[in-house]
Design a protein around this ligand. Structure first.
Ligand code: AMP
Ligand code: GLY
Length: 430
């Protein structure tokens, strides 16, 4: 069986690595992939990116199905195009992907379906946005409506910063079309968690929970990034909270999308804010998280091919995935200059020697240059390790990460700090 994975990041390397372990697999194609997927046993990179090219390739190679990693092709309608051509693909339609591609759509959808989220207002004229800020002096967050590759959210520390963000998005146009409309919402305190499920239009299969680390620096300081590390499970999602997320968030999305004529299929990611008993949705993504996918799939013992096939056949209610009971943790090594302007082309040393049992080095922004591997994107690698507890997973991941070197590498030293705090306090996780 052949499968096509669309994308080039750490998430896609983890997907390809996991799919390639299936006993039913003959070849995983990754479009366009990276230096890690090029070297992964059973995987081959193909230099394609447009939807037309991908569709023609899937047809001519007779791939059994396609899995899409990133949001951009989903928002562009890759799933609609494949379906119209009778090619099997796992992901949401363009209409469903609006949950991620338009913050305003997502907020209005949550309001229509009673899903807990911060109060908000949306604006496309700067004057009314400034006026709203004057009249609502409490802590707020400003979000570009459209896809902005992780740069669309501003948590202003002062009213001046809030006005400046409105001005930058609506007047100067720093985010282009994505910032032509903004959502201003109430600031929420608490602890974040990533809750990702597979959805087949009707049935839901929750994957293991995880937690990302969005800020660049230790202690959750510095600018927001795509994610500097993640681990699974997330202790903040207690069994009770898990049941509430299913009932109050995931099930209403699936029912609401069906009721609005666009049944949801694909991975569904709810970014949650939890504070005691308070549960709110910060955002939806219509795909797996990066780097959350790396620790989640590291813990998945079941064949991912079987789970995706069950989803494609509308049978997610008939499968039960098995999870490794251990903790998995991924540490991201990012390029110099990330997230503002990552530098490319730095040679990466120590990769060949870096390794240990229950550790895998997933590649993200890497490329081959002759016989060397060089940096080629913001997040370069995600070293992922399993351990009987969070401390052991941390130790193993950092021991391997420390063997890898490139100029200007940026790496947080405290991935998993919340869970190791919970471990100290003796709370249970699932
Ligand atoms: P989003 O892309 O909407 O998840 O926002 C990116 C990050 O901004 C989140 O992971 C949070 O850390 C932060 N954030 C977003 N919305 C809020 C909010 N209403 N209150 C506090 N922090 C937020
Ligand atoms: N790590 C957060 C995301 O994938 O959006």
């Amino acid at each position: 069986m052949k499968i096509l994975v669309v994308g080039s990041g750490g998430r896609e390397h983890a997907l390809a690595w996991k799919l390639a372990q299936s006993p039913r697999m003959s070849r995983i194609y990754v479009a366009p992939g990276n230096a890690g997927t090029a070297a992964e046993p059973g995987c081959t990179n193909v230099a394609l990116s447009s939807i037309d090219e991908l569709l023609a390739f899937a047809r001519s190679e007779r791939v059994a199905f396609t899995v899409v990693g990133p949001e951009a092709p989903l928002a562009e309608g890759i799933v609609d195009a494949f379906r119209a051509a009778d090619q099997r693909i796992f992901g949401p339609s363009r209409a469903c992907a609006r949950l991620e591609s338009s913050k305003e759509f997502a907020k209005a959808f949550m309001q229509r379906h009673g899903i807990p989220t911060a109060a908000y207002a949306s604006f496309d004229a700067a004057a009314s946005a400034h006026d709203y800020l004057e009249r609502n002096p409490g802590p707020i967050v400003i979000k570009a409506d459209g896809l902005a590759a992780g740069k669309g959210v501003v948590v202003p520390a002062t009213p001046e910063e809030a006005h400046a963000a409105v001005e930058a998005m609506l007047v100067t146009g720093t985010l282009g079309a994505a910032g032509k409309r903004v959502v201003i919402e109430q600031f929420l305190a608490g602890e974040e968690a990533s809750f990702i499920a597979m959805v087949d239009g009707r049935n839901v299969l929750a994957l293991a929970t995880s937690q990302d680390h969005k800020r660049l620096h230790d202690g959750d300081r510095g600018p927001n990034t795509g994610g500097m590390g993640a681990y699974s499970p997330a202790p903040v999602v207690t069994p009770r909270m898990h049941a509430r997320v299913m009932r109050e968030v995931i099930d209403p999305v699936v029912a609401g999308m069906s009721a609005e004529g666009s049944p949801y299929t694909g991975f569904l990611y709810a970014g949650l804010m939890i504070e005691g008993e308070r549960l709110n949705v910060l955002e939806f993504n219509c795909r797996l998280g990066d780097p959350e996918t790396q620790p989640i799939l590291f813990r998945l013992k079941s064949d991912l091919v079987g789970l995706i096939e069950a989803a494609l056949n509308g049978g997610l209610d008939k499968v039960e995935p098995q999870w490794d009971r251990r903790v998995a943790l991924a540490v991201v090594l990012a390029a110099a200059g990330y997230p503002e302007s990552p530098r490319k082309g730095d040679p990466i040393e120590g990769l060949a020697e870096a390794g240990a049992e229950d550790v895998h080095v997933f590649h993200a922004g890497t490329a081959a240059a002759g016989d060397r591997i060089v940096t080629s994107g913001g997040r370069v690698l995600a070293v992922t390790a399993l351990g009987d507890n969070i401390r052991i997973a941390q130790r193993r991941a950092y021991a391997v990460a420390d063997q890898i070197r490139f100029e200007g590498v940026q790496m947080r030293r405290d991935i998993g700090h919340r869970a190791s705090g919970a471990l100290r306090r003796g709370s249970a996780a699932r």
